[in-house]
Design a protein around this ligand. Structure first.
Ligand code: NAG
Ligand code: NAG
Ligand code: NAG
Ligand code: NAG
Ligand code: NAG
Ligand code: NAG
Length: 562
């Protein structure tokens, strides 16, 4: 049938500002161009144009803002773009739509398409973000200061439908033929509605096997819907109330690449070891902000990016990760991991894994068996108190190591702990309990952060050979001029930035490296600067000597002289 063939793209444009606001940043790429199609030539009146509308020869019909109470029934059959926005239409007649076999776009924004004409409360100021949409004639302009939202999806939509965007309404119910029996349907946007499990038909996409994008984030679903269309490559279900993924729910989705399940109530009991197993194309899985106590087993091998942060994960078993051969990013921060809960072989063979986030856990030491090819390891905000000789003995490729805000003390950093880290560029040991500068820093470091410790001395050879170091942060420690060895800076031939603010210096440290450009010395006890203080630093660009009364500074003052 011609009806089947015509490319009808139905836009029920009842968007609210939420659509492009805050976390509701779901896909609205399809919106970009519709406005162009909706600007008819106002000077042309076709002979069979409905009253008060304007029509062009090309089939563009504009009946926007003319106080229509009903869907117009005398539209030209040749209509391909129909604008009905800013009216008071309460109902669409499917037969009328079906007659318009050339229809490509339909703009129904700002009408009264609620069930039985019931009106939602007027709501929502137009924010700056909506201005842009409004100018594209896509927003729900507050023409009379009120706006209305869809509460029930249409019982019927034409089977020529390719894309449906019902986002940011108040839909509670969808019917079997809303999205069913639509062989051309490709994308469905339903985020920011009020859908619960009871509001979905048994088989929401029955006969619509080509849906590729389904966005149902920010609803009230407890279960992953059953019978999802097999062609899906993007499925977003974040911000729901999901507790359970029914057995086999994802089994047909062999093309799925992106699965968002974050911000739900999922537990390990709500899934089984085959829940994700058939998702052989899955590359991006987000299970963050759920209630998992373990990493789900049976994760498929092609995942590249795995979000598991903000759960209650306590252990990483030997066999849960090793099959994910393509894993590159593993995000496990904000969990309850202890080092002894991580199996030493848990990361074995993950040759592509280069970024691991383990911050905000309960690690009492560096876990053994770190991924061998890790480049970025974020392990800050744990309870680590020591760094042993072999903790980093196998991670040759490490470039960035962040160990800040742990409980590491100077005597517990083994002098040879960093010996294999030839590629390490950035090391952060801020916020630990160091009282002296440890020995054995990797020689190729470019950035070394040691702020907020109790460092009072810089021994002679502690920074020896660090010719690549560009930035050194020693601020908020207890350094005094005479506890810094005179030759401490000697070999730092690339040093550009030195931050020694918030210490107990009474004069500018001497013999600073000639490469230095920025020197921070605020909040010390410097009362005078000698004439030759900067003799050794001809490249200096910024000197910061301001006395800032920071909270920390105040605390120090209150604690009395040290
Ligand atoms: C959107 O419009 C631009 C220019 O008007 C055009 O190049 C582009 O192909 C259009 N995109 C779609 C998806 O129609
Ligand atoms: C929208 O249009 C109005 C006037 O037509 C203009 O003042 C405003 O800057 C436009 N806003 C944006 C975001 O383009
Ligand atoms: C699915 O559609 C077929 C017709 O194509 C129909 O026979 C069947 O009852 C429908 N199933 C459901 C669950 O709606
Ligand atoms: C899941 O567990 C069952 C029973 O322990 C086992 O037979 C099956 O092979 C497991 N499946 C996967 C994908 O590991
Ligand atoms: C997560 O699980 C714990 C116990 O397992 C429970 O007390 C808590 O309420 C759960 N949180 C949510 C948001 O379901
Ligand atoms: C370590 O992580 C903290 C927190 O994200 C960050 O502020 C700091 O800059 C990081 N250190 C380095 C050297 O990047």
């Amino acid at each position: 049938e011609r009806v089947q063939e015509s490319l009808l793209v139905l836009w029920l444009l009842v968007f609210s500002y939420k659509m492009i606001h805050g976390h509701n940043d779901e896909d609205n790429e399809f919106l970009e161009n519709s406005s162009e199609l909706l600007n008819p030539d106002p000077n042309f009146l076709a002979p069979d144009c409905p009253r008060d509308c304007t029509c062009t020869q090309e089939g563009v019909v504009d009946c926007g803002g003319i106080d229509l109470k009903e869907f117009p029934i005398d539209l030209p059959e040749s209509t391909n773009h129909l604008s009905l926005q800013n009216n008071q239409i309460e109902e669409i007649f499917p037969e009328e739509l079906a007659r318009l076999y050339r229809l490509e776009t339909l703009n129904l924004q700002n009408n009264r398409l609620t069930s039985k004409g019931k009106l939602e409360k007027p709501s929502i100021r137009v924010s700056r973000a909506t201005d842009k949409l409004c100018n594209m004639s896509l927003c729900n302009k507050p023409v009379s200061g009120h706006r209305w939202k869809l509460t029930l999806a249409p019982k019927f939509l034409p089977n020529t439908l390719i894309s449906a965007d019902f986002a940011a309404n108040s839909i509670t119910k969808i019917y079997g033929l809303t999205f069913g029996q639509k062989p051309n349907l490709r994308s469905v946007y339903l985020h920011n509605n009020k859908l619960s499990d009871a509001g979905l038909p048994d088989n929401i996409f029955n006969g619509s096997n080509n849906v590729e994008i389904l966005i149902m984030s920010s609803n009230f679903l407890k279960y992953v819907p059953k019978n999802l269309p097999p062609a899906l490559y993007k499925l977003h279900l974040k911000n729901n109330k999901l507790e359970k993924i029914p057995k086999g729910a994802f089994n047909e989705l062999v093309g799925l690449r992106e699965l968002y399940l974050q911000n739900n109530y999922l537990t390990n009991e709500g899934m089984d070891n085959e829940t994700f197993w058939k998702l052989s194309s899955l590359e991006y899985l987000d299970l963050s902000s759920n209630n998992l106590s373990q990493i789900p087993s049976g994760l498929p091998r092609n995942i590249v990016l795995l979000h598991l942060e903000k759960n209650a994960i306590k252990t990483i078993g030997r066999d849960v990760l090793i099959q994910i051969r393509n894993l590159e990013y593993l995000l496990l921060h904000n969990n309850k991991l202890k080092a002894r809960g991580i199996h030493p072989l848990a990361f074995q063979g993950l040759k592509k894994l280069h970024t691991v986030h383990l911050y905000n856990n309960m690690l009492e030491r560096i876990p053994s068996g770190l991924p061998r090819r890790v480049k970025t390891l974020m392990i800050l905000h744990n309870q680590i108190s020591e760094i042993n000789r072999n903790d980093f003995a196998t991670t040759y490729l490490l470039e960035e190591l962040n160990l800040s805000y742990n409980k590491i003390t100077s005597p517990h950093i083994h002098r040879e702990a960093f010996r294999k880290l030839r590629l390490l560029k950035s090391l952060d040991l801020s916020g630990n309990n160091l009282h002296t500068l440890p020995f054995g820093f990797p020689k190729n470091l470019q950035i070394l952060k040691l702020k907020e410790n109790d460092i009072s001395t810089i021994p002679r050879r502690a920074l020896a050979g660090m010719t690549k170091l560009q930035e050194l942060y020693l601020n908020n420690n207890k350094l005094k001029v005479n506890s810094i060895h005179r030759a401490a800076w000697q070999e730092l031939s690339s040093l550009q930035l030195l931050d020694m603010g918030g210490n107990q210096l009474i004069s500018i440290p001497s013999d600073l490296p000639g490469s230095l450009e920025y020197l921070y010395l605020q909040n010390n006890k410097i009362t005078m600067v000698s004439e030759n203080a900067f003799e050794s630093t001809p490249n200096i660009k910024g000197i910061f000597l301001r006395f800032l009364q920071t909270l920390q500074g105040l605390q120090r003052l209150l604690q009395g002289p040290m």
